[in-house]
Structure formats: C-alpha cells, structure tokens
Design a protein around this ligand. Sequence first.
Ligand SMILES: *Cc1c(COP(=O)(O)O)cnc(C)c1O
Length: 394
Amino acid sequence: MIIKKADRIASIPPYLFAEIDKLKAQARARGVDVIDLGIGDPDQPTPEHVIQALKEAATDGANHRYPPYEGLPEFKKAVAAWYKERYDVELDPETEVLALIGSKEGIAHICWAFVDPGDVTLVPDPAYPVYRTGTLLAGGVPHTMPLTAENDFLPDYSAIDPVVAQKSKLLFINYPNNPTAAVATPQFFADTVEFARQNNIVVCHDFAYCETTFDGYRAPSFLATPGAKEVGIEFNSLSKPYNMTGWRIGFAVGNKDVLAALSVIKTNIDSGVFNAVQYAAIEALTGPQDNIECMNQMYMRRRDVIVNGLNSLGWDLKPTKGTFYVWAPVPEGYSSKSFCALLLEKAGVNVAPGNGYGEHGEGFFRIALTVNEQRLQEAVERMRQQGILFTRKR
Ligand SMILES: *Cc1c(COP(=O)(O)O)cnc(C)c1O
C-alpha cells in the first residue's frame, strides 16, 4: 500500500537541530562527557507541596472522569487571583481564563481558530518555532518580523508593509524572550496595542517566562497595557515558573471572544487536563511561592557564570534580565552551525545554533542555564583551554 501523507506535513520546515543532535550522540558514543547547554527544560524538580497535591487528587475517583473542557472553576479562579496579585490584571474567571494542555497546545491551536488557508500571521524571527509551524499547519502564511540586536530584539512594526499588516490575522510576541532573553518595554506593549487596533490583528503574547526574572526586574503582563484585552490574549504556563514542563498544564487569558474561538477548536480536539493535575496546579498557584525566588537566584548565579565567563573570553555580553537563556554572537568567520559543531568537537559543549530559531538567528548561539554552576564553569574552562575566543575583525 502507498502511504500518502497530507501536504501540510511537507510544509513543515526541516528540523534544524537534527544535525547537531547527531554530532552530540556521536560525541557521547566516543566517550566524551558532553556538557549539554542545548535544552530549555528546568533541571530542578516540581515543588514537593505540588507533588503532594497531585497524589491526593489522584486517589479521588471523582477526578478519574472527563474534566470540564475549559478547566475546573477552581483552577480558573486561582489563575485570575494569581494574575491580580502578580500583574494587577483583572480577569473574569468564567470567560477570560481557559485551561490548556501546556501553552504550546494553545499556541498551535489558536491558528486553527483564526487562520484560513492563505491568511497571514506576523511571526518574530528568531522565535519559538510553534508560531510559524502552527500557522503553516493551518494553511496560513507566516510573515517574518526580524528581531535584531540593533532594535533590542523587539519587532519594528513600522517596517511591516501596510498591505501585509492589513491582511494579518494574528501577531505573535514573546517577552521575556526565548531565545534572545530580551525583555519588553511598556512602550513596546502600548505600540503593539495601537498597531493591532489599527490593523484588526489579534495579539498572542507568549508569557512562558513570566516569573523568570533577575536583579529586581519584574516582567509586565501584556494584559496590563491599556486596551490590551480588546486586542488579544496571553498564553501562560506552569511549566517554567514551577518546574512543571512534564505535567502539561497552561492557560490562556484575556479577550473573551478570542478565547471562545480557541475553545471551539479545543472542544473538538481534546478533552481537557486531568483534574488531579489541575488541583496540583491550583496548589502551585495559591500555595507558597518561595520556590520561584529560589529558582531565580539559582538561574541568576548561573547567568553570572556564563556572562562573566564568556566576557573573559572576549565576548561583550550584558547581564540578562529574564529567561534561563544567554544569546550570544558567534566569533568572526563562523556560522551558527559551524561554531556549535566546533564547540562540541573541541570542548564537548553542546549549545543550540541560532539559525534553528529562524534565519535571523544566524550568527548567534543559545546557551540554556539548565545545568549546575560547576558544569557551566567547566564549559567556560574547556573553551578557554581550547582557545575558543570571541574575535571580530575591525
Ligand atoms: C517552554 C516554552 C513554551 C511552552 O511551554 P508549555 O506550557 O510547556 O507548552 C511556550 N513558549 C515558549 C517561548 C517556551 O520557551
């Protein structure tokens, strides 16, 4: 029999990390002790009180049945209270909060609710890949908004062709940003509301790193911007703040009509999040929050090891304000791919090539601060020993 796949599968760009993954596997097979700074997944466990809440909820038979599609009322109330407390944003738990099976699920499915074949979405580059692939799977056309160092890795709305802007249905942004670690200014969010309003574009702000911030900086919610709730929604998740990536629970908040449209797609595709996981998430959101500060102190110390370490090797990096990534340029004469291959071959250090996040990521690499300080220090020392320095021709 001939297995004929849908065209939409062929529309998905090739997986750019495949080659580096292969090199990593080969190095390990040769017995190299690879320091893997490629993966953006917290290395610390979920807080104990959250695990306890799961255990208790899992033994209650009432939780073994189908959950409510849009999330338990108690979960939605906990999200609304958390948003009020942390970001001073008012949400109606009934209409302005929607539970997700992780924010990735919602980001992929929002395209099915708003993008018809041929419709345009505005997608940052470099970026988390799901904005682009979600658009492509729905038959849409992603329009690239380059994120450049000169513009502090914020998109420049004035550079978007007004005809394209008028045709666009969705706009994706993400701050604190993966992979560049950039943060947004209140002015940028205000400009986003204005641009969206003028062009009738639904804004989707991905706030996955909402709580991962340093040196006293607090990341604002997009929804705290005047008028934001009229133009868009925010995706959020328990994955990064509470070390819960494996649990698969997130949520979308904001414009009720946008959420209702997303909910139509979801009720026809999935059947919600296991109630016991929702009860554990309620415990995470409403219980002691000291773990967040503790994680941030840890990531900040790791950031300092990498930023100071690379700066001692010739880089000129500023301390990041958020996320657990460091985004750095490759030395003169290298591409993202060739530099990452060199780091792996000579130093046994794996990092993510910037072009894996889009063509404008070319010339950069991303370090994930998800291994301990000692290993990060060792990665820097191995680079020093191998003479891997940052140089730029003048
Ligand atoms: C980790 C991450 C997500 C996905 O988180 P889940 O809630 O676990 O699906 C979304 N966006 C960005 C930018 C991320 O880095």
